[in-house]
Design a protein around this ligand. Structure first.
Ligand code: GLP
Length: 255
C-alpha cells in the first residue's frame, strides 16, 4: 500500500484531485467511486475549483458507496442529496451518469443486486475514493463485514450513528440501517484512494495500514488490493509505526 503523508487537507485534496484529473484525461468516461462524509470534501472542492477554471469532467460516470435506509432522497442528509450537492453540481457532472444505492426501494435485496449489475455494466469502478470511520469502516461496512460482501443492507453500529448524529438534529433521527457496497465490491475497483484527516482517525489508519487483515477493521481489506493509496495528513498518520519509511519512499520514488 502506498502511504502519502501531507501537511494539510488542501494538499490532500489537491493530490487526490490530480489522480482524478489524470484519469479523466486518459479516459474521459471513466467510472469514479464517490465516498460521502467530510473526508473527501477537500477533494471535491479542489476538483470544483479546477472545473470552474475549465476542467471538463462531464463525461465521468460515478457510483456512490452507500445510502441510508428509510430516508427520503429529498432529505438534506440522504446521500442522494449529499452527492448532488457536494459532487454532481460543483463538478458539473451529468446526473444521469451518477448513481447512488436505492436505499428507499421496497425490495432492498433486489436494489443491492441491481446496483452491482449497474457497476458491472458501466465497466467497473476505475478509481474509488474512500473515507474511513474511526472504527475502521469503509462505505458503511461496519466491523466484522465479510471481505467478500457485495451491496446489501447493513445495520449501523451505535458508534457510527453517534458519529453521524452531527448531521441530524438528534440521534433518534439517524437511520439505523443502510444499503452499502460490500468490501468485495470495493476491492473490485481498479484503484483505491483512501483519505483521512485528524487525530481521531489515527488509530483506524494505523490498524488499516499496519495491523492484521481482519474483519474487525474493514479498511484492512485495502492490504489485499494491488493499487491502494492512503493520502492523509500528519495527525491521521501519527500512529503509523513506519511513518518515516513511507515519507522516504514517496521522496525517493523512481522516475
Ligand atoms: C460515513 C460514511 C463513510 C465515511 C465515514 C467517515 O459513515 N458512510 O463513507 O468514510 O462515515 O466519515 P467522515 O469522513 O465524515 O469522518
Amino acid at each position: 500500500m502506498e502511504v502519502v503523508i501531507l501537511n494539510s487537507a488542501e494538499e490532500v485534496g489537491s493530490t487526490v484531485a490530480d489522480h482524478v484529473e489524470s484519469l479523466a484525461a486518459s479516459k474521459p468516461e471513466a467510472v469514479l467511486g464517490f465516498a460521502t462524509g467530510s473526508s473527501p470534501l477537500p477533494v471535491y472542492q479542489e476538483l470544483a475549483r479546477r472545473v470552474r477554471n475549465g476542467l471538463d469532467l462531464s463525461h465521468l460516470q460515478g457510483f456512490a458507496l452507500d445510502e441510508y435506509v428509510g430516508l427520503d432522497y429529498g432529505h438534506p442528509e440522504s446521500y442522494h442529496s449529499v452527492i448532488e450537492r457536494e459532487v454532481i453540481e460543483p463538478l458539473k457532472l451529468k446526473p444521469e451518469l451518477i448513481h447512488v444505492p436505492a436505499g428507499a426501494a421496497d425490495d432492498l435485496d433486489v436494489s443491492g443486486h441491481e446496483y452491482e449489475a449497474a457497476i458491472m455494466s458501466a465497466g467497473g469502478v476505475d478509481l474509488q475514493i474512500l473515507g474511513i470511520g474511526a472504527d475502521g469502516h469503509i462505505g458503511f461496512n461496519e466491523p466484522t463485514s465479510s471481505f467478500a460482501s457485495r451491496t446489501r443492507v447493513k445495520t449501523l453500529t451505535k458508534h457510527t450513528r453517534e458519529a453521524n448524529a452531527r448531521f441530524f438534529s438528534s440521534l433518534d433521527e439517524v437511520p439505523t440501517h443502510c444499503l452499502t457496497q460490500g468490501l468485495g465490491t470495493i476491492l473490485d475497483a481498479r484503484k483505491l484512494v483512501l483519505v483521512a484527516f485528524g487525530e481521531s482517525k489515527a488509530e483506524a489508519v494505523a490498524a488499516a495500514v499496519e495491523g492484521p487483515v481482519t474483519a474487525i477493521c474493514p479498511a484492512s481489506a485495502l492490504q489485499l488490493h494491488r493499487f491502494a493509496t492512503v493520502v492523509i495528513d500528519r495527525a491521521a498518520a501519527s500512529k503509523l509505526r513506519l511513518r518515516e519509511y513511507y515519507e522516504y519512499i514517496v521522496a525517493n520514488k523512481p522516475r
